[in-house]
Design a protein around this ligand. Structure first.
Ligand code: ZN
Length: 204
């Protein structure tokens, strides 16, 4: 990584700039701006932020059922008994749930794989939460699996793999409709596109 530290300022400030610069989407200039902002901000605000960041590591875990982020045994979606129990939407990452929930057209439950099958990166079906998904199908309540993995090579390969595994069980397998451009990631898709993709989902 490029050294973005400033020789003209204190070591602790440089350390902060360096840490902030490692965050996604934060370039050297933004890292500097944030660092100087935090130095000027009220102490309570900065300490509250640092506590919040710390709590992500201490208090946040994964939902026992769907592997979404949770601060108790179950995530808020799995705790909600009013959702449709016959549908599971399979996504790669917890932030994909945020994107789909923001659109608000889907009322079933989710399953987070925490990755996608990628032979080039050595990620196999064993390395992501596929066996956990399969055991959720044992109770016979689920009649549709919506494959909402990203429209990327890895996402498509994962969707294909899951479809071959699940279709023989007599469960309908659908895939988000085309319209999401190939190579994009779900979390960056706009609401209209995502909403159309969910509503127009097709048999896989
Ligand atoms: Zn959950």
């Amino acid at each position: 990584m490029k050294d973005i530290s400033l020789p003209s300022t204190a070591g602790a400030v440089n350390k902060l700039i360096d840490s902030l610069g490692k965050l996604p989407g934060i370039g050297p200039k933004s890292a500097q701006r944030l660092a100087f902002y935090l130095m000027r901000a009220p102490e309570e605000q900065v300490l509250a932020l640092s506590d919040t960041i710390r709590s992500i590591k201490n208090q946040i875990s994964q939902c026992r059922i769907c592997f979404n982020v949770a601060d108790s045994e179950l995530c808020p979606i799995c705790q909600n008994t009013k959702r449709e129990t016959n549908k599971i939407c399979v996504v790669e990452q917890p932030q994909d749930i945020l994107a789909l929930e923001h659109v608000g057209v889907y009322r079933g439950y989710y399953h987070v794989l925490h990755g996608a099958i990628s032979p080039t990166e050595g990620i196999t079906s064993q390395n992501i939460r596929i066996s956990e998904l399969m055991s959720r199908l044992d109770n016979g309540q689920v009649d549709e699996i919506i494959l909402a993995t990203n429209p990327t090579t890895e996402g498509e390969a994962t969707a294909m793999y899951l479809s071959r595994l699940i279709t023989p069980l007599g469960i309908k397998v659908t895939r988000l409709a085309r319209g999401l451009p190939f190579g994009t990631e779900l979390e960056y898709a706009d609401d209209v596109t995502l909403s159309r993709a969910m509503e127009g989902r097709q048999n896989f």
